[in-house]
Design a protein around this ligand. Structure first.
Ligand SMILES: [Zn+2]
Length: 114
């Protein structure tokens, strides 16, 4: 088996993110001590953070509903929240929807094309 991560050839190090050689000038080590390019590492961290932000959906319905209520309030769109009953909101939450006005409005539009 060929080693695919942190391959070393003599003094040349390879970035495990993009697989290209890393010169000593832009060499950086990540949290695991592996060699990476500074820009590759930054991009990788940004992706990780984006993933974490996406998973910010509350695990319980009351918290989700509260977040949505706040978003409706911030956007001055109370009606969007008021017209949907708890039953519909709970279905949207179970579907893993983000508690935002946009996400809910989009989802409801798709359900009712008229
Ligand atoms: Zn790289």
């Amino acid at each position: 088996m060929q080693p695919s991560i942190a391959v070393t050839q003599g003094s040349t190090k390879f970035c495990w993110i993009c697989g290209k050689a890393v010169s000593l000038d832009d060499c950086k080590t990540d949290e695991h001590g592996s060699i990476v390019h500074e820009p590759c590492y930054t991009a990788c961290m940004r992706l990780k953070n984006a993933d974490e932000n996406k998973k910010e959906i509350p695990a319980d319905f009351p918290a989700w509903k509260e977040r949505l209520r706040e978003d409706c309030h911030l956007q001055g769109r109370h009606y969007a929240f008021a017209v949907l009953g708890d039953h519909v909101l709970q279905l949207l939450w179970e579907g893993g929807l983000e508690p935002t006005v946009e996400a809910v409005v989009d989802a409801v539009r798709q359900d009712k094309p008229n």
